[in-house]
Design a protein around this ligand. Structure first.
Ligand SMILES: NC(=O)c1ccc[n+]([C@@H]2O[C@H](COP(=O)([O-])OP(=O)(O)OC[C@H]3O[C@@H](n4cnc5c(N)ncnc54)[C@H](O)[C@@H]3O)[C@@H](O)[C@H]2O)c1
Length: 408
C-alpha cells in the first residue's frame, strides 16, 4: 500500500508535528506548578479529578462510565473541535473555561488543576499526549492502541517508565486483561497447565469498519481518522490488536519474525487495508497464524486467540467464552458484555491504584509488546516479505499525518 498523502488544507502551517509537541512537553512540566491534589493513602472513596482528552465516540461513552463509578469528578475536557468539548462539557457540567480546543488544547488542560487524564484521541496522538501528561505529573488512563509506529511505542514505554519513577499510575485500557476468566486462564497457563506451547492461532473477523477512504481535508481526517494510515495505524493495529494482545499474553514472548499478506479488495486505494493474513514465528519455533478482515456483511464478530500445548488448549473469544481443555481443564465462562464490564474494572482499578499508590504499571510492557507485534504484521504485509522483529525496530519507520492547516 502506498503511504497516504492527504492534500494540504492551507499553506499556513499551523500544525504542530509530533516532534514540536514533544518539545513542548518540557514547558508543560515547568508550567505545572499545581501538583495533583490527591495524595496516596487518601480515603478509598476520595474522588479523582479527571480531564478527558478526546471527546468523540469512546471518549463521551467512557466519560459516562467514569462518572457513574462515583469515584471521579470530570473537571476538564479537550478535543480539537468545539462541538465535541461542548457535548461532553454540557453532559458533565464542565465550566466553559475548562473546555479546551485545537491541537494544543490538551496542553492547556494539562496546565490546569487535575489529578489524572483519560486519553481517547486517535492513536497517532497517544504518545505525545501521554508523555506530556506524565511530564505534567498526571496519572494516565489511555485507550489502546498506544501508538501507530515503533517510535510511538518506544515513547509510551518511556512514558510508562517515567510514570513509575514519578509515582504516577499509567493504565492501558484493554478489556480482556481486566476479565476474571482471562486472568484465571492465563494464571493457569503460566503455571504450566498447557505443557509445552506448540501452535497458536488468532483472528478478528468483523462486519463493521466500513468501506471508506481518507477524507480530503485535514479537519475531516480528524473526524474520520480510521481510514488514515498515519492516524490509525491501519486496522490491524487499531482494532485487531485486541486479538494479538491476547495471543502475545498467552505466548509471553516477542515474535521473532513475520511473513504477511493483505490488501484492499473492499476499500478504495489510499485507504487502509481490509484484510491481513500474517504468520508469526515465536521463540521455540512456535507459529502464530493470524487473520483479520472487516466490512463483510453478516460476519460473526470474533476476537479469538487459541493456543495449543502438549497438555491442552486455551480458547478465548472477547465475544464468547474463555476456557482450557486438556489434562488440567478450566471451565472458565462467558465474557458477557466485556466491552463495558472490562472497562468498568479498569476504571475501578485505576482509581484504586491512584489512591493506594500502585505505580508499577503492569499494563504498559504487554501493551508495547502487542502493539509492536501488530506493527510487525502490518509492515510485513505492506512490504510483502518476511520481516524480523530486530529489523522492524531498526527500521523504526515513523508515520506522520499531514496536519497542515489545523489550528494549534
Ligand atoms: N474497545 C476499545 O478499547 C476501544 C473501542 C473504541 C475506540 N477505542 C480507542 O479509543 C480512541 C478514540 O476512538 P473513538 O472511537 O472515540 O474515535 P472518535 O473519532 O469518535 O473520537 C476521537 C476524538 O478525538 C478528537 N481528536 C482528534 N485529534 C485530536 C487531537 N489532536 N487533540 C484532541 N482531540 C483530538 C476528535 O475530534 C474526536 O472527537 C482510539 O484510540 C480507539 O482506538 C478503543
Amino acid at each position: 500500500m502506498k503511504p497516504f498523502l492527504p492534500q494540504s488544507g492551507s499553506a499556513a502551517d499551523a500544525a504542530l508535528p509530533r516532534r514540536a509537541f514533544l518539545a513542548g512537553t518540557a514547558s508543560i512540566a515547568a508550567a505545572a506548578l499545581v501538583r495533583p491534589s490527591l495524595v496516596f493513602g487518601a480515603d478509598a472513596a476520595a474522588k479523582v479529578d479527571l480531564g478527558l482528552i478526546g471527546c468523540g465516540g469512546r471518549g463521551s461513552w467512557i466519560a459516562r462510565l467514569f462518572a457513574a463509578s462515583g469515584l471521579y469528578r470530570l473537571v476538564a475536557c479537550a478535543d480539537y473541535f468545539q462541538d465535541r468539548v461542548d457535548e461532553v462539557g454540557n453532559a458533565h457540567g464542565i465550566e466553559a473555561a475548562r473546555r479546551y480546543t485545537g491541537l494544543a488544547g490538551y496542553r492547556r488542560l494539562l496546565e490546569s488543576k487535575l489529578d489524572a487524564v483519560v486519553i481517547e484521541t486517535p492513536p497517532y496522538f497517544h504518545p505525545e499526549q501521554a508523555a506530556a501528561a506524565v511530564e505534567a505529573d498526571k496519572h494516565v488512563y489511555i485507550a489502546k492502541p498506544i501508538a501507530v509506529d515503533v517510535p510511538g511505542c518506544l515513547a509510551i514505554a518511556e512514558a510508562g517508565r517515567k510514570a513509575t519513577e514519578k509515582k504516577r499510575v499509567f493504565l492501558v485500557d484493554f478489556q480482556t486483561r481486566a476479565n476474571e476468566h482471562y486472568r484465571e486462564a492465563l494464571r493457569r497457563v503460566r503455571k504450566g497447565d498447557l505443557g509445552d506451547l506448540i501452535l497458536a492461532e488468532a483472528h478478528y473477523p468483523w462486519t463493521g469498519g466500513g468501506r471508506g477512504g481518507p477524507p480530503a481535508t485535514a479537519e475531516a481526517q480528524l473526524r474520520h481518522w480510521y481510514y488514515v494510515l498515519a492516524l490509525s495505524g491501519d486496522f490491524i493495529v487499531e482494532q485487531s490488536i485486541h486479538s494479538l494482545d491476547v495471543a502475545t499474553w498467552i505466548l509471553n514472548a516477542d515474535p521473532l519474525r513475520a511473513v504477511g499478506m493483505g490488501g484492499q479488495k473492499l476499500r478504495p486505494p489510499g485507504s487502509i487495508y481490509d484484510h491481513f493474513a500474517v504468520n508469526y514465528t515465536f521463540p521455540g519455533n512456535v507459529p502464530l497464524a493470524f487473520t483479520c478482515i472487516q466490512a463483510v456483511p453478516e460476519v460473526k464478530d470474533e476476537i479469538r486467540a487459541r493456543v495449543f500445548g502438549s497438555e491442552g488448549v486455551i480458547d478465548t473469544d472477547y465475544f464468547g467464552n474463555v476456557f482450557i481443555r486438556g489434562n488440567e481443564p478450566y471451565k472458565g465462562g462467558s465474557t458477557g458484555n466485556l466491552y463495558t464490564t472490562g472497562t468498568e474494572v479498569n476504571i475501578r482499578e485505576f482509581h484504586q491504584a491512584v489512591i493506594e499508590g500502585h505505580c508499577d504499571n503492569p499494563t504498559v510492557a504487554p501493551s508495547v509488546r502487542s502493539n509492536l507485534t501488530a506493527i510487525l504484521g502490518r509492515e510485513a504485509a505492506y512490504q510483502r516479505r518476511e520481516l524480523t522483529w530486530d529489523e522492524l525496530l531498526r527500521q523504526s519507520r515513523q508515520l506522520e499525518p499531514d496536519l497542515r492547516g489545523l489550528k494549534a
